[in-house]
Design a protein around this ligand. Structure first.
Ligand code: IDC
Length: 540
């Protein structure tokens, strides 16, 4: 038997399968007698070397990874390999059982294998590769952490992008740094902060090894950024007394101001006036982003203001609660003389003059109060045929006391005939004219009328609208509602939705049985209509 054949046999018996190929390949073709390859199985075993086990790593920095592994008996050295294009080329040849890989990019994941070798007649006989070790370098330190878009409750943090896709944001809370967010961009908006308060934040980048569920490599923390949130403000604190300028309502600084609000249902029914509680108005202000609440006080319907003195005094009490609560929250409030079945506003003109005299006397110094003096004239009455003369009387009664409040005047055909006012406005400069729509009933033709009147300089307010049929029930129409709201936004014409109630009808914003005294933030108690309105108000 030739020497090489003998050796091959021995190798087949004793070498592990992975080591076989390399060991055989390393066998010298010719050997002198008495050498290692002397033909016994024992000498063949001595030529093999075991597989490296226990390969671990420690990330030292953003460029260095230290590898360690278990000693393999009989090994002369180790070949350290790093994956590249699917292969494992050697990156180092070491004698010990550690090796530090240097000059790696930051936040990079690499795969390593180590194999032992034995020098046999000056040639290397390799053992099997260790299992793969996957790990990463640390990310770089985050720099240029800055704050912007500071409000009374939020702040935007931005920082310089580094070659890493994950960042953690930390906030100092009672002396301890707490992680508050993990994000994949170089920006994060911290929300729900307190007004006029100081905060500190820092950020670091993070990286995880393959198959790890948690980050295990971090860059250094950025420097700390300090910020003070703005003082809390309310619609009335920011915008003050409203007035009319051209075709728009403007604030105390003469800037266009868009009224965005909810109307109560009839305050003498059930108790739909519960929504006027401070708690619920606060939710409408903060969660819905409403700046206005309209108090609908029916005049002639069952229980209405003109139907009995006890109803009248009850209604006045509810109006007072609503006005005071709105004032304390810095919200605008509309006192709405809600004519409907009365048709012609002159039906109860004397009561209206008396009522608004009293209201204007009481609220003359309130910056947040507006008066809506006849919800929806109807039954064929026109602007020149009676509405205008009614408005003149009520407006002059109000002006005896309240010189500057915005007054909303209803128009014919359930407040659709704003065109009748063109060229025939009241002389009072702080009056606006009501346009009401119900999205599934009143469409393009009424929108065109609005555009036309607005372009001719008529100040209009949509002091009531619904997302459905004019009946208030059925025909929910989100497409037409959005068309309307888009148009109104483009003109900065304000709008108030009917209704912030839980009556079982399509127009209601809350589901039946909602406690109107304490409506929750969010959408859990909202109808389809309520969801659309809240969403629109929050975003426009
Ligand atoms: C409706 C209410 C309904 C109530 C009715 C009373 O949604 O529950 O029974 O009044 O007659 C208006 C009016 C407003 C209407 C509303 C819907 O201003 O009072 O409320 N609407 O019909 N104009 C057009 C539609």
């Amino acid at each position: 038997m030739s020497l090489s054949l003998k050796l091959r046999k021995a190798a087949a018996v004793f070498l592990t399968s992975a080591a076989l190929l390399t060991a055989v390949a390393a066998v010298p073709q010719e050997s002198a007698a008495g050498s290692l390859w002397s033909g016994t199985t024992i000498t063949a075993e001595a030529a093999s070397v075991g597989k490296v086990s226990g390969l671990t790593s420690k990330t030292l920095s953003n460029s260095e990874i230290k590898l360690s592994w278990k000693k393999v008996s009989g090994a002369s050295g180790y070949s350290v390999c790093m994956r590249k294009n699917g292969k494992y080329p050697q990156i180092a040849d070491v004698k010990g059982t550690t090796y530090t890989v240097k000059n790696l990019p930051n936040a990079t994941r690499e795969n390593f294998k180590v194999r032992a070798y034995k020098l046999v007649k000056g040639k290397k006989v390799y053992g099997a590769y260790s299992d793969n070790r996957n790990t990463a370098t640390n990310p770089q330190q985050v720099t240029q952490l800055k704050t912007s878009s500071v409000t009374s409750s939020s702040v935007k943090l931005t920082w310089k992008k580094i070659g890493c896709t994950n960042y953690r944001v930390y906030q100092l809370k009672s002396g301890t740094w707490k992680e508050i967010a993990t994000v994949t961009t170089n920006a994060h908006t911290v929300k729900n902060l307190g007004a006029n308060s100081s905060y500190q934040f820092k950020v670091r980048a993070c990286k995880r090894d393959d198959k790890k569920t948690n980050y295990n490599h971090y860059g250094k923390y950025s420097s700390v950024v300090k910020v003070t949130t703005k003082k809390a403000t309310t619609p009335v604190a920011s915008h003050g007394q409203l007035s009319v300028k051209g075709a728009n309502i403007v604030d105390k600084n003469g800037k266009v101001f868009k009224i965005k609000g909810m109307s109560t249902h009839g305050i003498m029914w059930e108790d739909y006036s519960d929504i006027l509680s401070k708690d619920s108005l606060k939710v409408l202000r903060d969660d819905w982003k409403c700046n206005t609440i309209r108090i609908a006080m029916y005049t002639q319907e069952w229980g209405g203001y003109t139907t009995g003195s006890s109803y009248a005094s009850q209604a006045k009490q509810k109006v007072k609660t609503g006005v005071e609560n709105a004032k304390s929250l810095g919200m605008y409030v509309i006192i709405d003389w809600h004519i409907l079945s009365d048709g012609d506003p002159r039906t109860h003109q004397d009561e209206a003059v008396k009522f608004f005299t009293e209201m204007s006397k009481t609220y003359k110094d309130y910056d947040n109060v507006m008066y809506e003096i006849c919800n929806e004239p109807n039954g064929g009455i026109t602007w020149t045929g009676g509405i205008k003369s009614y408005c003149q009387k009520v407006v002059s009664a109000i002006r005896k006391y309240d010189k500057d409040a915005v007054i909303i005047c209803g128009t014919g055909t359930w407040s659709q005939d704003i065109n009748q006012v063109l060229g025939n406005k009241l002389s009072d400069k702080n009056c606006v004219y009501a346009l009401h729509f119900y999205a599934n009933t009143h469409t393009d033709w009424l929108r065109n009328r609005l555009k036309d009147c607005y372009n001719k300089g008529l100040p209009v307010l949509v002091s009531e609208f619904g997302t459905c049929d004019a009946s208030g029930n059925g025909g929910y129409n989100s497409t037409q509602t959005k068309k309307w709201l888009e148009l109104l936004d483009s003109l900065n014409v304000g709008y108030i939705n009917w209704s912030a109630s839980d009556k079982g009808e399509t127009a209601s914003a809350f589901v039946s049985g909602t406690n109107l005294k304490a409506i929750p933030s969010g959408t859990s108690k909202l109808t389809t209509s309520g969801k659309l309105i809240r969403d629109w108000y929050r975003n426009h």
